[in-house]
Design a protein around this ligand. Structure first.
Ligand code: SF4
Length: 555
């Protein structure tokens, strides 16, 4: 089918309205405003206007797909929006930071909270609310935000990128046009900014096509979170605890969080590195098993689940940052690996990366040169900023834990006293899916069901994520060879997609002609874990019809 696409031209096209993309848009709009007020617009050279900045958001509204713990260091926000305290939805400042060691039935608070777990000066926030508020500022600054539109394909031109094509709308599950069919737009831009979050689908293709990987491949974790309303007096607003130990075994890397928000609301979650050996390990079940621990049960009993979500996060750190520029394009935020893997803090880094991208873009637009030579100023700005300072100190941190918690703590201790160097620098990493060991005939484990009060099965949790997708559309989880699932994977790894997906999307179903993979795509919460953790790397997560996905309101 030949598709006639409407073309639109912009100066800058930002794919993704998360904290990085919105910070980029707002900072750039502010720079343009100052430039024009200072008479820049009347001088010779290109005319700049915030209206020529486009932002794409695949969610039904800004913030719908934003999920984080979330503790925010406010330093980037203070630069971006001076006086932010007056209007930003900050929820509550951190008042107490605890580090807890869990065994199965007891807990122990470290007498001194180790520095990575200290959060004085930070805020507990809902990232969904913060981005919604930031989105309002971006729109008020004149930027064009297109909601319910995802970037489906990159437009390659010469050695670089000239924009993106948004997803076709109104196709049925066989790819045939329905009555409401609308072809995706070809959005062309002088500079395209990929701010898609972790494992961005366009970023993945660009990094592979242009070989932009750093010395380490990206490493990932999965975070699973619930919001609860608890009985009054069970949790202090501003209380922050990070837990180590049970139920995370010492050959895995991960831990839990417990954050007290205002109005007796609680954020709890478990984050686990996607590099474990057992392919039938179920991260969602691990999170559920964690909640009846006596420490948590005391807080949660009598409370009510409000919301559920899951997302992946980039753990790779400094040595996994891809080359962040090509002709006509930049990579920012989680797509660019700007996350402190020790503190698991990234909101301020991702925002700062967006702001430094905005400064690079502003200079490039003024010079009328958007080549990679000009855009190479972006990584130089990163080098000179606190992003480098923070990430450099923990450049080998996550890699230390690829062989378990105990060797990890040994290396991390040495890195702490040597400014991040440790025994080996750079410490290399392997793609997490290579850690799986074959099941060798081990039977499938029993699935976690939950008691429906304190613990839940995946479908109950998905219901609380507010997820919805148009059912009659092409499947956005593209498995390149389904035979691999029913012949090879079932024997070698026991179909790990059935276990690592926190939304019960994948199931092996017995059909007349044998076991077949069934994909319940409408459940997908867009965490990208399947794209990351599939042992054969044959699952490609592509953008579904815009507006589909979770609704992380208040998360
Ligand atoms: Fe996450 Fe993939 Fe499951 Fe969607 S299908 S929820 S992206 S693991």
């Amino acid at each position: 089918m030949t598709v006639q696409r409407e073309q639109l031209e912009a100066d800058v096209l930002i794919v993704g309205a998360g904290p990085a993309g919105l910070s980029c848009a707002l900072h750039l709009a502010n720079l343009i405003k100052k430039h024009n007020e200072a008479g820049g617009a009347s001088k010779a050279g290109p005319q700049l206007s915030a209206e020529n900045i486009y932002v794409l958001e695949k969610g039904r509204e800004i913030g719908a797909h934003q999920l984080s713990g979330a503790i925010m260091n406010p330093k980037a926000l203070a630069e971006l929006v001076p006086g932010f305290e007056k209007s930003a939805p900050l929820d509550t400042p951190v008042t107490d930071s605890a580090a807890l060691l869990f065994t199965k039935s007891s807990s122990f608070r470290f007498p001194i909270t180790p520095p990575p777990f200290q959060n004085k000066g930070n805020y507990i926030v809902s990232l969904s609310k913060i981005t919604k508020w930031l989105g309002g500022l971006v729109e008020a600054a004149g930027v064009n935000v297109f909601k319910e539109f995802g970037g489906a394909q990159l437009v390659y031109e010469g050695d670089g990128i000239a924009g993106v094509i948004t997803e076709d709308k109104g196709l049925d599950k066989n790819g045939k046009p329905k009555a409401n069919y609308t072809p995706g737009y070809e959005l062309r831009a002088k500079i395209t900014v990929l701010a898609e979050g972790t494992r961005g689908s366009l970023t993945k293709k660009l990094v592979a096509t242009k070989k932009l990987d750093n010395i380490n491949p990206q490493s990932y974790g999965i975070g699973i979170k619930e919001l609860w309303d608890v009985q009054p007096g069970r949790i202090q607003p501003g209380y922050v605890a990070h837990t180590l130990g049970w139920p995370v075994s010492t050959d895995m890397y991960g831990g839990g969080w417990i954050y007290g928000l205002s109005n007796n609301r609680l954020s709890i979650g478990l984050v686990l590195a996607l590099e474990y050996a057992n392919p039938q390990f179920d991260p969602h079940a691990a999170f559920q098993i964690w909640k009846p621990h006596p420490f948590l049960r005391k807080i949660l009993d009598g409370g009510k689940l409000v919301r559920y979500g899951a997302k992946s996060l980039p753990y790779g750190g400094w040595y996994a940052i891809p080359r962040t520029y090509v002709d006509g394009a930049l990579i920012i935020g989680d797509s660019g690996s700007f996350l402190d893997s020790q503190r698991l803090k990234g909101i301020h880094l991702t925002m700062k990366s967006g702001m430094l991208a905005a400064e690079t873009i502003f200079e490039a637009l003024k010079a009328g040169d958007t080549s990679s030579k000009t855009l190479s100023a972006f990584p130089k700005k990163i080098e000179q900023s606190y992003i480098k300072k923070e990430l450099w100190q923990v450049r080998n941190f996550h890699q230390s834990f690829q062989h378990g918690m105990l060797p990890g703590f040994f290396h991390a201790g040495l890195q702490f006293i040597t400014g991040g160097r440790g025994l080996i620098d750079p410490m290399r990493a392997h793609p997490g899916h290579e850690a799986y060991k074959k099941i060798n005939g081990r039977p499938a484990p029993e699935r976690f069901k939950g008691d429906g009060k304190l613990t839940f099965d995946r479908l109950t949790d998905v219901y609380h994520s507010g997820t919805r997708h148009e059912e009659d559309q092409p499947c956005h989880l593209v498995v390149k060879d389904l035979n691999v699932c029913s012949t090879k994977c079932v024997v070698e790894y026991g179909n790990p997609c059935q276990y690592f997906c926190p939304a019960a999307v994948y199931e092996m179903a017995q059909e007349k002609d044998g076991l077949k993979l069934k994909i319940n795509a409408a459940n997908c919460v867009h965490c990208k874990t399947c794209d990351i953790a599939d042992p054969y790397q044959i699952i490609d997560w592509v953008v579904p019809e815009g507006g589909g996905g979770p609704n992380y309101e208040g998360m």
